[in-house]
Write a protein that binds this ligand. Structure first.
Ligand code: ARG
Length: 275
């Protein structure tokens, strides 16, 4: 039987994660967070451990940054930096509640021997808003990352950086509305973007998988792909079926506790790309 799609190839990855030892929802900086609702830190840790184990079972390497008391969102390492070609642009957070995470990340990268480590001058929430597709960076703005940070990223990494503007506060980071599946393919929720950004995405990725609202609302787009296997929230059922149709292997994960902070698998995962 002829293949409808080329064989999807997985590439081993290196990820930075942070155990949610101090995870809780004690402030609200996105519409998903409700400090009056209880959280279960033990369950959060258990779900996170499963995610970490999955990466290792799939052949990836996981590095860990030490969690810090008083920084409950530190589990969302995707926001701590952007790391491309071994260069590190450390995040500058929009909200004071997360500001302390910048120094933690900067220290971690320096102590691990990364030589080009610099703190972003403009508000820049790392891979939450900077997604690498092939040799092009898609960069979100609208809620967190300042558009001025896109030019800084272009200068630091020497790669084309294309801005995409988000419009729905529930999809406040680019990685809640768009996921990179392969070097030339993405999936996204069109209604999260301005009409101009939707047009840009259509022209860049005519074959993209377009997610429906129900899948986007369970953070189905907060997914991590290694080129073939795609880890995504288990509630994103129809998106998983679409991935199968496109030749990918969906790997459902349950991160219900970390969802209460407004994050999913991708938020908990920062890709470390060596020089
Ligand atoms: N509570 C965190 C915040 O609002 C969640 C961050 C989720 N991370 C992500 N990459 N989307 O900043």
């Amino acid at each position: 039987m002829p293949h409808r799609f080329p064989e999807r190839t997985a590439r081993p990855r290196r990820y930075l994660m942070c155990r949610p030892t101090y995870f809780t929802v004690e402030y609200a900086i996105n519409p998903w967070m409700d400090p009056s609702k209880p959280t279960d830190t033990t369950l959060a840790v258990r779900q996170w451990e499963r995610l970490r184990a999955l990466y290792e079972e799939l052949g990836h390497t996981v590095e860990l940054i030490e969690p810090q008391p008083g920084l409950p969102d530190m589990v969302y390492t995707a926001n701590g930096a952007t790391v491309l070609d071994g260069r590190v642009l450390v995040a500058t957070f929009r909200h004071a509640e997360r500001a302390g995470e910048s120094a933690a990340h900067q220290d971690w990268f320096r102590s691990c021997g990364y030589r080009e480590v610099r703190r972003a001058e403009h508000v820049n929430e790392g891979e939450g808003d900077h997604l690498l597709v092939g040799r092009r960076v898609l960069a979100g703005s609208g809620f967190r990352t300042d558009p001025a940070a896109h030019a800084e990223a272009r200068a630091v990494f020497g790669l084309p950086v294309l801005g995409l503007e988000l419009v729905d506060p529930r999809f406040y980071h680019l990685d809640t509305a768009l996921a990179v599946l392969a070097d030339d393919q993405v999936m996204y929720y069109p209604a999260a973007f301005t009409p101009d950004s939707q047009a840009l995405l259509r022209s860049l990725y005519p074959d993209a998988i377009l997610a429906e609202r129900a899948d986007a609302e369970v953070f189905g787009l907060n997914a991590v792909s290694d080129g073939r296997r795609v880890l995504l929230p288990e509630a994103a059922k129809s998106l998983a079926a679409r991935l199968v149709d496109a030749g990918y292997e969906p790997v459902p994960v349950d991160l219900s506790e970390l969802f209460k902070g407004g994050g999913g698998p991708k938020c908990c995962t920062l890709e470390l790309r060596p020089a």
